[in-house]
Design a protein around this ligand. Structure first.
Ligand SMILES: Nc1ncnc2c1ncn2[C@@H]1O[C@H](COP(=O)(O)OP(=O)(O)OP(=O)(O)O)[C@@H](O)[C@H]1O
Ligand SMILES: [Mg+2]
Ligand SMILES: [Zn+2]
Length: 151
């Protein structure tokens, strides 16, 4: 019995690889996708580097800066490969931005950014590993799960 099953290569699109095991659905949730995007997701698949990893392959999808910043918040360890005509034409790791504007909802309900005023949320990165960010308005610090649940 053949015990392998291959998924098709994508012709044009993006591979988001080495996502920490179990985080792929959260990453997928922040990506804008539509009917032109065929998507394969691997959750807790074997990796050479980590024991297990998640991976997402999306046909006809090229990530925008805001999507890259959101992925950095959720899965900073991810590797992005851009595919054109079945080949990788560009591959990179994610930079951790020093500021996040309008991307994370402040966890403080009394923050000015949650008051219905036209003030966009803005956070500064305090440290990485574990990632901690700080609201420039109310100074609330957020990390890990709290960030992921508010992206
Ligand atoms: N045309 C394609 N369609 C779908 N996935 C692709 C395609 N080309 C490459 N990939 C995937 O993109 C990712 C990066 O490819 P690469 O060949 O650099 O892998 P690798 O040698 O395992 O690198 P790494 O050290 O990053 O794990 C892998 O998950 C690979 O399966
Ligand atoms: Mg690999
Ligand atoms: Zn705040």
């Amino acid at each position: 019995m053949d015990k392998t099953l291959k998924i098709s290569k994508i012709k044009e699109g993006t591979v988001i690889d080495h996502i920490a095991a179990g985080k792929a659905l959260k990453v997928l949730a922040i990506l804008g996708v539509d009917e032109s995007n065929s998507i394969s997701i691997g959750i807790r698949v074997m990796s050479d580097k980590l024991a297990f990893k998640d991976v997402i392959k999306i046909e006809n999808k090229f990530l925008e800066k805001i999507e890259l910043d959101k992925i950095a918040l959720i899965a900073n360890e991810a590797t992005i490969s851009i595919i054109k005509n079945y080949e990788i034409i560009e591959k990179f790791n994610l930079d951790m931005p020093q500021t996040f504007k309008g991307i994370v909802k402040c966890g403080n309900q009394n923050c000015i950014t949650n008051a219905g005023e036209p003030v966009k949320s803005e956070f500064k990165t305090v440290k990485t590993n574990p990632l901690t960010i700080k609201c420039i308005y109310c100074k609330k610090e957020m990390s890990d799960e709290e960030i992921i649940n508010n992206v």
